[in-house]
Design a protein around this ligand. Structure first.
Ligand code: NDP
Length: 463
């Protein structure tokens, strides 16, 4: 799926800043293992880890080796990376330490900032005092900044260090096979694209409800909440792929130009963030027979922060194509139904013919993001009365992706292809869209509702 537009430097070393952290151990290193294990992966890769922990080489090598084993990665490439990997204790906000780390890299390095956001900003500032090897790439995690202005500041700092095409702002949703399938679905079927506008579409819903609760992630999540954790990043990327006009190609520049254009036209519905958003927090409950404490009682949570675990925002995409179509984005934790899908609801036919009986429901295209499935709800004639209206669903499984989402995004990093990375202007736009909602919530203009863990959400939200 990923396509290369131009010849670029190939990354030979992955330098992980924050190598002792949760992201590095749980997501990044296993994804590196999966990628190396696949035919797509780089032929050789050296991994250099850096962190404040004083670890010896054996401790680090075990961490890398265990992460690779956890995804059943094996073979000569894996053995080579495990044998050559190094760990250096370093303060990554110190230019001297960063110099030492870059000296330990071979060829063009990809510097992966697996650090708390404030430390990432300091490390980027410190890197301006260090000569960077040619072809150096930066890989930055979400959240990219904490609002539009801080994202712009971070863009300005890193933009002075490496060209935009060598900056990979990671959003693993862009590597999800279901999300990538939106491109195949939209642009290879004559049937859909002529209907893909306000002329025929009534509403777009993008829902990502998870049964999982906090799962010991209070340190990160309590400062973020559902709106920033999911909607500001992942779900807005999905909006961009649904709302954009057809790009000239799926190469990085064309695709990212079109996505940026769509996001620039996005704003909260009717410009009223209080009316266009809802938020809630889970109380104690039961999911799949498992008791969950209320969010406010979870370890590490400060209840006074009023962090939401369920967020909903209605947006408009103010273009000729989408004028008047609400895009409803919703995501939450500890929800009973675990619904993760994109629902495109079409407008009713102009007139239901007299002689047909029963009610015609709207045609719906449902793209499920787990399990990865596609469904089309249609009306047909009934089984008994041939003039009665009946409802059927055509459905199919999506092909599994060649790599898990994180691996797909990393593949672009190692091949210096930014197609699946978030471009700087887009990262700022995503904050511009949600900043008014965050401000309205801070002033208390939107109440924090509650819902029992395991339920479908607050009872007052039904419908
Ligand atoms: P952690 O707090 O678990 O890890 C951060 C790492 O940075 C630790 O190893 C820490 O070392 C290290 N560190 C902090 N300051 C310095 C310093 N001055 N010099 C060197 N190392 C330093 O955070 P996560 O791994 O959870 O998150 C990292 C980033 O990834 C964050 O931006 C987060 O938002 C993002 N992210 C995380 C996800 C996750 O599931 N964990 C998912 C998506 C994004 P020490 O503890 O020794 O100080």
């Amino acid at each position: 799926m990923v396509v290369i537009e131009t010849e670029c430097a190939v990354i030979e070393t992955l330098l992980v800043l924050g190598a002792s952290g949760d992201l590095a151990g749980r997501l990044l290193l296993p994804a590196v293992g999966q990628l190396l294990n696949s035919v797509e992966g780089p032929p050789m890769l050296t991994v250099v880890g850096a962190g404040t922990e004083v670890w010896d080489e054996a401790t680090w090598r075990d961490r890398v080796s265990n992460a690779f084993a956890s995804v059943n990665a094996a073979g000569p490439k894996i053995e080579n990376t495990v044998a050559t990997t190094r760990y250096l204790t370093a303060d990554v906000t110190n230019p001297g330490d960063l110099h030492r780390l870059l000296d330990a890299c071979q060829g063009a390095p990809a510097i992966y900032f697996a650090l708390p956001p404030a430390v990432t900003a300091k490390a980027c500032a410190a890197l301006s005092e260090v000569p960077l090897p040619p072809g150096t790439a930066f890989v930055l995690e979400k959240p990219f900044g904490v609002d539009q202005s801080s994202a712009a500041d971070l863009n300005a700092i890193i933009g002075r260090l490496v060209p935009e095409d060598q900056i990979h702002r990671v959003d693993h949703f862009l590597g999800k096979s279901t999300v990538l399938n939106l491109l195949g679905l939209r642009f290879t079927n004559r049937l859909l694209e002529p209907l893909w506008s306000a002329d025929h579409i009534a509403t777009v819903d993008i829902i990502f409800d998870e049964p999982l609760g906090l799962e010991n992630r209070a340190r990160y999540y309590d400062g973020a909440g559902a709106l920033v954790d999911m909607i500001q990043s992942h779900l807005l990327q999905v909006v961009a792929l649904i709302a954009m006009d057809p790009p000239a190609s799926l190469y990085a520049r064309d695709l990212r130009d079109r996505k940026a254009e769509a996001l620039r036209a996005c704003r909260v519905w009717a410009g009223d963030p209080a009316a266009a958003s809802r938020r809630a927090r889970y109380t104690a409950g039961v999911i799949d027979g498992r008791s969950l404490p209320g969010y406010a009682d979870e370890q590490g949570v400060d209840p006074a922060r009023h962090t939401e675990t369920l967020a909903e925002v209605v947006l408009e995409v103010d273009t000729w194509r989408w004028a008047g179509v609400p895009f409803r984005l919703r995501s939450g934790k500890a929800l009973g139904n675990g619904r993760k899908e994109i629902v495109i609801t079409f407008k009713p036919v102009p007139r239901l013919l007299p002689g047909l009986t029963g009610a015609a429901q709207p045609t719906r295209l449902r793209i499920s993001m787990g399990p990865d499935r596609l469904a089309l709800d249609l009306n047909i004639n009934g089984p008994d009365d041939p003039f009665g209206i009946d409802r059927i669903t055509l459905d199919a499984d999506f092909n599994p992706g060649r790599l898990p989402a994180y691996g797909e995004v990393l593949d672009g990093v190692f091949r210096s292809d930014p197609t699946l990375s978030v471009r700087g202007d887009t990262a700022e736009e995503c904050w511009r869209i949600v900043d008014p909602v965050l401000r309205a919530w801070r002033t208390g203009a939107v109440p924090l509702d509650d819902y029992p863990a395991g339920s479908a959400g607050p009872s007052t939200w039904a419908g």
